[in-house]
Design a binder for this molecule. Structure first.
Ligand SMILES: Nc1nc2c(ncn2[C@@H]2O[C@H](COP(=O)(O)OP(=O)(O)OP(=O)(O)O)[C@@H](O)[C@H]2O)c(=O)[nH]1
Ligand SMILES: [Mg+2]
Length: 240
């Protein structure tokens, strides 16, 4: 009888990705750059939160952003207008970011060093959770209008991240069915060490606390004071 051979492609792709991601993380650690991956469903507030966050991080810190979208430059344009170095990745239908894409995006900064590098991942609560992008810190956003029950529907994302940022809390009065206690309880069952922040980029609620936590993560991961080395990028030398 003919012998059948089974090759697990998914496992091979994931492990090659993980090896590259670990090497990238080590490289950024050596450069004292904290790399933060921001994930959520489309429209949960990633770009708006990023813009609010950078206003609260050390003003002298150098910041770079890799924007990933299936199409368009609109988010990169907003980041650029805020004077932050940005690179846009367009995935043309691929619904997650993997390490090879991050490497290509990072190379476009042409050797520039950052204190903080952010990735705005593709809007999707499923696939991005499975791919290590080389980040030191993974954050997911869940906005109040989406509903607290996403914690039951997308458990992998909740268990894969270091922090859950509940966004658009200014909508809580309009969404009385948003069960915050149940969300926190279920999220902590999935992920006992999860940090939870309640924010509104509209009112600035909780943004300073999140920025402080990210700065502390830089101290912890990089082993240095989160102080500044460079200025923001008024000429957008990083480029889009
Ligand atoms: N009321 C309110 N609206 C917000 C808040 N944060 C973001 N928004 C709005 O929500 C919409 C989507 O915000 P974005 O920041 O573009 O969301 P995103 O996750 O980056 O979206 P994609 O990149 O398309 O996935 C915009 O109209 C924002 O103004 C908030 O805290 N409160
Ligand atoms: Mg966005």
């Amino acid at each position: 009888m003919e012998e059948k051979r089974v090759i697990d492609i998914k496992q091979e792709i994931l492990s090659a990705n993980d090896i590259a991601a670990e090497a990238f993380r080590r490289k950024l650690t050596a450069q004292k750059t904290l790399f933060v991956d921001i994930m959520s469903s489309p429209g949960a507030g990633k770009t708006t939160l990023l813009l609010a966050l950078v206003r609260h991080l050390d003003h002298d810190a150098s910041i770079g952003v890799i924007e990933a979208d299936i199409a368009s430059y609109v988010d990169a344009q907003k980041i650029k207008e805020a004077g932050i170095a940005v690179v846009q990745l367009q995935t043309h239908g691929i619904c997650h970011v993997e390490m090879s894409m991050v490497s290509r995006g990072y190379r476009a900064f042409a050797g520039r060093r950052f204190d903080y590098l952010f990735l705005e991942n593709i809007g999707n609560l499923v696939c991005p959770a499975q791919f290590d992008t080389g980040a030191h810190v993974r954050i997911m956003l869940l906005s109040v209008p989406e509903g607290y029950d996403k914690v039951y529907k997308y458990p992998l994302m909740f268990s894969a991240v270091d922090a859950l940022v509940i966004t658009k809390t200014d909508y809580l009065a309009l969404n009385p069915d948003f069960d915050m206690d149940e969300l926190e309880k279920q999220a902590r069952i999935l992920n006992p060490t999860l940090e939870i922040f309640k924010t509104s980029a509209r009112t600035d609620k909780g943004i300073a606390e999140l920025a402080d936590w990210i700065a502390a993560k830089r101290n912890e991961s990089i082993g240095c004071d989160a102080s500044a080395t460079n200025e923001r990028d008024p000429d957008n030398k990083g480029g889009i």
